[in-house]
Design a binder for this molecule. Sequence first.
Ligand code: SF4
Length: 310
Amino acid sequence: MPAAYLEAHRSGRLAESVRKSLEWMRSCTLCPRLCGVNRLVGETGYCRTGSQAVVASYGPHFGEEQPLVGRRGSGTIFFSHCNLFCLFCQNHDISHGGEGQPVSPETLAEVMVLLQEQGCHNINFVTPSHVIAPILQALPLAIEKGLTVPLVYNTGAYDRTSALRLLDGIFDIYMPDFKFWDPEASKRLADAPDYPERARQALKEMHRQVGDLVTDAGGLARRGLLVRHLVMPQGLAGTSSVMHFLATEISRDTYINVMSQYHPCGGAVGQPDLGRRITSREFEEALEMAHREGLHRLDERHRHWITLEL
Ligand code: SF4
């Protein structure tokens, strides 16, 4: 199964998405923040990113879900800044401190090809929502240099459906979080009360584009949707409602990573409800919620080494 963007490049659809995404940056509405700043002349909005993407790090990564990692790793490119402001973010220096280097489209294309040459099975763009345009700009250059592996859109899911449509037929794999169900929790924990609605719309659009996860004979992801859900203390993530939504409005065949590794960071430290890891019982209950909804494609990889509070 060839990567979707190869056909989009041949047909001119990719060039059209590049053009539109750059136009959107002129009065930026690429994500739900709708800042309206002209990023093409260096103005910045909530994400504090101008016309160029800022890259914090890149390299083969072996900590992702098994269908992405295979034997030679997922080629991750970590972008600096973010359009969410999660109180408990584990990468605060990158997502809010802005550590990293601005890169031209030419350099970003070279990084993509380098990761492929290192044997990575895919190019995994981490926190891409605010840098859709620079990614799309770099892609034709990478294709001309020989890029062929699938692209992964690894997002917090605070995305506009209209922006995701720019990626239709270009990205093969979407890996969104579904972080919170409750708008009050989203407001407090991520500065985004509309997050749950945006995430629901985004996941529907992603699934419409690529469907359920499809793997090849070696178990590697070729196309489709993988969803991540971080279980939080005191039920703050709304796990039961998230699982019900996935089962009834996306698909019971959705591939899901129910994650147990929450630990208090940043502003979460010392808070009565957020200042602890989850318990084994909370995690087991989250798994039961998924099973009860008939969700059966649960990532097994991280289950056995995460230390939980008892
Ligand atoms: S991508 Fe950045 S500048 Fe554009 S709307 Fe979102 S937060 Fe604002």
